[in-house]
Design a protein around this ligand. Structure first.
Ligand code: G3P
Length: 214
């Protein structure tokens, strides 16, 4: 499973990259707005930290505007992936941009038929938003095995990018259900590495060894 960081924060991206576990980054307009930096400059900086795919989202809601924004964003760096909303105009833009070799991440996917259309449009990534389904009383994770089965039935190579993950159990469940990628906030990434018994065990190993040396 690939790990993407779901943030536009350069410090967090550098920290995960330095650990050697970062495969890519996803951003969205809300995450970019927190950083107080020019959008294209920020995307360029992220692409300088990681050579993995970096998703940058368009703001237009009609096809021609999406394509124009996408082509401009694509010029920032080779690893830029264009994020498009899963609406009819977004799917149309996806088909046009794929014909021009642009990598696409279709975002705001909430149901299996959207995921099927995303794969048929040739997107590189399909991003089901699991936490936001949990927010309205559904079990968002139910989507992953359904999309997995649909994609495997027809040999679609669109990658399932589990998004809107809110806690480490989401990552485990997405991995068990066969998501190709998990994109997570930095706090979830940090929590994945922790267990109190690891800290207690390490402390005991070191103190036992030191005692025996006296
Ligand atoms: O990758 C999707 C993510 O940015 C949305 O997460 O927590 O705002 O639903 P959240």
């Amino acid at each position: 499973m690939k790990f993407f960081l779901d943030t536009a924060n350069l410090e967090q991206i550098r920290a995960a990259h330095d650990m050697g576990l970062l495969d890519g980054v996803t951003t969205n307009p809300s995450l970019v707005a927190r950083e107080n930096m020019d959008f294209k400059t920020l995307v360029g900086e992220i692409c300088r930290i990681t050579s993995g795919p970096v998703s940058a989202e368009v703001l237009s809601t009609e096809t021609a505007g999406m394509v124009e924004e996408a082509l401009a964003l694509s010029k920032i760096a080779e690893n830029v992936v264009i994020k498009l909303p899963t609406i009819p105009d977004g799917l149309k833009a996806c088909v046009q941009l794929r014909e021009r070799g642009v990598a696409i991440n279709m975002t705001l996917c909430f149901q299996p038929n959207q995921a099927l259309c995303i794969a048929k449009a040739g997107a590189t990534y399909c991003s089901p938003f699991l936490g936001r389904l949990d927010d309205i009383g559904h079990d968002g994770m139910d989507l992953i095995p359904i999309i997995r089965q649909i994609y495997d039935n027809y040999g679609f190579d669109t990658q399932i990018l589990a998004a809107s993950l809110r806690h480490p159990l989401h990552v485990v469940q997405a991995a068990m259900a066969g998501a190709d990628v998990a994109t997570m906030p930095y706090n979830v990434f940090e929590k994945m590495l922790n267990h109190p018994l690891t800290d207690i065990g390490l402390e005991r190993f070191i103190s036992d060894f030191k005692k025996a040396q006296k």
